[in-house]
Design a protein around this ligand. Structure first.
Ligand code: PMP
Length: 330
């Protein structure tokens, strides 16, 4: 068995699982990269570690310093655990619309939590701009800046993509995922295409995001909305610049939730909605590429982070989303 010398060694090297339902539905082999197996239970631990290590290498952060970040929650959790392991403090700015479980986890990790109303990116009160201002005003602090700091995507070029390539033994036809910062999509696309330029890279965009239209016709345009946390981007972030995208899908919350439920009921995997949207995208990509292909997607975080939302019938009903039979109390 693999033994690591410290907690940070637990980040990355996540398993890959063949997803039975999606594979059977398409005649392909569809695999999920189990990012919920990271110590902070999400894909964002990887970016958090690379961002902090990069700041240390540049001499930007001193012992006892503070890391400030604006986040939907998962990057904050990753940063807080990396900070605890290295002796830094964290101030995390988060929109108040995100799940209570992520807020409770951040408080338990000792992060100082600043909740702000959800606002468009053009509003100075947006969580990203608020976090930058707090970083500027706090002595001995750095702003992690996950959206435009490309230490984020380096974590996926050097880690996620290389792991996928070796776990698939160099035989992979397609990859897809959604975009929050774009670190995962851009990093994995660059890493896999450097290995084999024929790997087809697909964007799976939720409703309400502007990237589907950007990759389809060159214009940032959004349509509809989504309750998915951590994904749904309206601009080309620094991390997304230069991403190698061959095709794109627009996935509804209903389509993503259907896979979240099937993976829970039929395969015992408890996931968040961005994972469901990714799996729905992998199924669409499989249908596009044809039977017999080998496709990988990202299982971004654990569903235990959304027990009060995605797995709560009252919340689902209030959002106008379908409630599965398994969730109703008999
Ligand atoms: N899913 C979840 C649950 C997330 O928190 C994030 C990160 N915001 C993503 C997907 C997207 O990852 P990335 O930032 O690398 O685009």
């Amino acid at each position: 068995m693999h033994v690591t010398s410290d907690t940070l060694g637990l980040i990355g090297n996540t398993p890959l699982v063949r997803l039975k339902g999606p594979s059977e539905a398409t005649g392909c082999d569809i695999f999920g990269k189990c990012e919920f197996a990271n110590p902070g239970a999400s894909v964002k631990d990887r970016a958090a570690l690379f961002i902090v290590q990069d700041a240390e290498e540049r001499g930007a952060i001193a012992p006892g310093g503070t890391i400030v970040e604006g986040t939907a929650g998962n990057t904050g959790i990753g940063l807080a655990l990396v900070a605890n392991a290295k002796g830094y403090k964290t101030i995390i700015v988060m929109p108040e619309t995100q799940s209570r479980e992520k807020m409770d986890t951040l408080r338990a990790l000792g992060a100082e939590l600043v909740l702000v109303p959800a606002a468009p990116y053009s509003n100075p009160g947006h969580f990203v701009h608020t976090s930058r201002r707090i970083a500027e005003e706090t002595p001995n602090a750095i702003w992690a800046n996950q959206f435009d700091n490309i230490a984020n995507r380096r974590a996926h070029i050097m880690g996620t993509a290389e792991e996928i390539w070796s776990q698939m033994e160099g035989r992979i036809d397609g990859f897809t995922c959604a975009v929050g910062t774009g670190g995962t999509l851009a990093g994995v696309s660059l890493g896999l295409k450097a290995r084999d330029e024929k790997v087809c890279i697909a964007l799976s965009d939720p409703h309400g995001a502007a990237l589907y239209a950007y990759y389809a016709c060159g214009e940032l345009q959004s349509e509809g909305s989504s309750v998915a946390e951590g994904i749904g981007q309206g601009r080309i972030t620094g991390n997304l610049e230069g991403a190698l995208v061959d095709t794109q899908f627009r996935i509804s919350d209903e389509e993503g939730l259907e896979w979240v439920r099937r993976l829970l009921d039929e395969e015992g995997l408890c996931l968040g909605l961005s994972s469901g949207i990714n799996v729905a995208g992998a199924v669409r990509l499989a249908k596009q590429l044809g039977p017999g292909k080998r496709i990988v997607t990202i299982l971004c975080d654990t569903g235990f982070r959304y027990l009060s939302t995605l797995y709560n019938p009252e919340w689902l009903r209030a959002k106008g989303l379908p409630v599965s039979d398994g969730l109703e109390v008999v």
